[in-house]
Design a protein around this ligand. Structure first.
Ligand code: ADP
Length: 397
């Protein structure tokens, strides 16, 4: 059986895709459709012909999948149903129901739809992508890979919120975490880089992208993670607040008359680096600091402070830490964030070598000094490859 997998990550107004050769790990083609549902959609496809850019209306996900098929047909590579081992779909919320990937059938679609109450921003567009792709490729197995699966191993002490037991049970309130596919890939790859089996190492993974989360991985198993019921909890993010006293919400409801939707918008889309500094993009924040902007400087300090709090907490939970791995847009590219987030932790055996750390990292790089008790690394994430591998493993099992 061929080991090519089309990986689809379908968001509310976008579809990211990649055709992955699972054996080599190479992306044979990648692409992105944005502004779905708006008057003009923007489309980018990178294949053997180089990069193709188009602007045209893409009314919905069904139309988006049709555009992707056209792009492959016109610009390559060949995308034939009989050459695809599977189509892998990223799904954000799998609840307690999906501890691993699932072959999509009508029952799995229904479950993803039911779980949308826990991820109203993510599961519905994920499902639209699945439905459109199943329609376009009825004979290829479709596999849903859930962002939450890696964290289904969290012990009760880590996933239980200290609220009324019955309320929690009635409404499935607990920590589910997210970014699991990335945390799994990066923690496993970190073990490989240390020359060990994942079962032998404890790793703290810092996935710092627009969304950001930290995970404590003990012997290959996620034991604590910073995102919660939804991806809002934990680290400071591009537009999300991360941790906040929940009473802030009651207070704003009472004194500012804010509605639930306004509070949701405030914490998910107008907070984090955007709320503190005016930009959600770390590059802009650094530029603003260089120009003397005090708000931007404070925003960065809050950002580092939160990461450090999590590193300390996860160190305590793991007892022994072999490695700390930085990944995603900021983790891979932002040397200033890396060095400042771990500053002052030398007594814990954690140090970053300024020369090794300098610059953007396109490949796995150790950034701690030789002989450090804790190896600090940059490990570029590859969620698409992980999804493709899991999809192939499931359909060939
Ligand atoms: P997501 O997948 O969560 O949307 P990414 O992992 O792609 O996010 O990360 C995007 C973020 O990475 C950007 O918002 C930006 O802040 C940051 N980033 C990208 N390149 C750089 C860079 N060269 N220096 C600093 N930050 C960067």
């Amino acid at each position: 059986m061929s080991a090519h997998v089309l990986v689809i990550n379908s968001g509310s107004s976008s579809i990211k895709y990649q055709l992955v050769d699972v054996e080599s790990g190479d992306a044979m083609a990648t692409g992105l459709i944005e502004r779905i549902g708006q008057p003009t959609g923007s489309i980018r496809h990178e294949g053997p012909d180089g990069t193709t850019k188009l602007e045209q209306p893409v009314p919905d996900h069904e139309a988006g999948i049709a555009v992707i098929l056209d792009l492959f047909a016109t610009h390559g590579p060949r995308l034939a149903a009989d050459e695809l081992a599977a189509i892998g779909h990223r799904v954000v919320q799998g609840g307690s129901r999906f501890p691993g990937p699932a072959l999509v059938d009508d029952a799995v679609e229904a479950a993803i739809s039911e779980l949308a109450t826990l991820a109203p921003l993510h599961n519905p567009p994920n499902l639209s992508g699945i439905r459109a792709a199943r329609h376009a490729f009825p004979t290829v197995p479709h596999v849903a890979v859930f962002d939450t699966s890696f964290h289904t191993t969290l012990p009760p002490a880590a996933y239980t919120y200290a609220i009324d037991r019955q309320v929690a049970a009635d409404y499935a309130i607990r920590r589910y975490g997210a970014h699991g596919t990335s945390h799994l890939y990066v923690s496993r790859h970190t073990a490989e880089l240390l020359g060990k089996d994942p079962s032998e190492v404890n790793v703290i993974v810092l996935h710092l992208g627009n969304g950001a989360s930290a995970t404590a991985v003990r012997g290959g198993v996620s034991v604590e993670t910073s995102m919660g019921l939804t991806p809002l909890e934990g680290l400071v993010m591009g537009t999300r607040s991360g941790d906040i006293d929940p009473a802030v919400l009651f207070h704003l409801q009472r004194v500012a008359g804010m509605t639930t939707d306004e509070l949701d918008d405030l914490l998910n889309r107008r907070s984090g680096m955007l709320g503190l500094s005016g930009s959600s993009d770390m590059r802009d924040v650094h530029d603003a600091v260089a120009a003397g902007d005090e708000n931007a400087r404070t925003a960065l300090e809050v950002y580092y402070h939160r990461i450090k709090s999590y590193v300390g907490s996860y160190y305590a939970h793991l007892g022994h830490v072999d490695a700390i791995a930085f990944t995603a847009g900021i983790g891979e590219n932002d040397d200033i964030v890396r060095i400042n987030s771990l500053a002052g932790l030398e007594r814990l055996g954690i140090a970053v070598d300024p020369e090794r750390n300098a610059g953007r990292k396109k490949a796995d790089t150790v950034i701690s000094p030789d002989g450090s008790e804790v190896t600090v690394l940059v490990v570029p994430t590859n969620e698409e490859l992980e999804i493709a591998r899991q999809a192939v493993a499931l359909v060939t099992a």
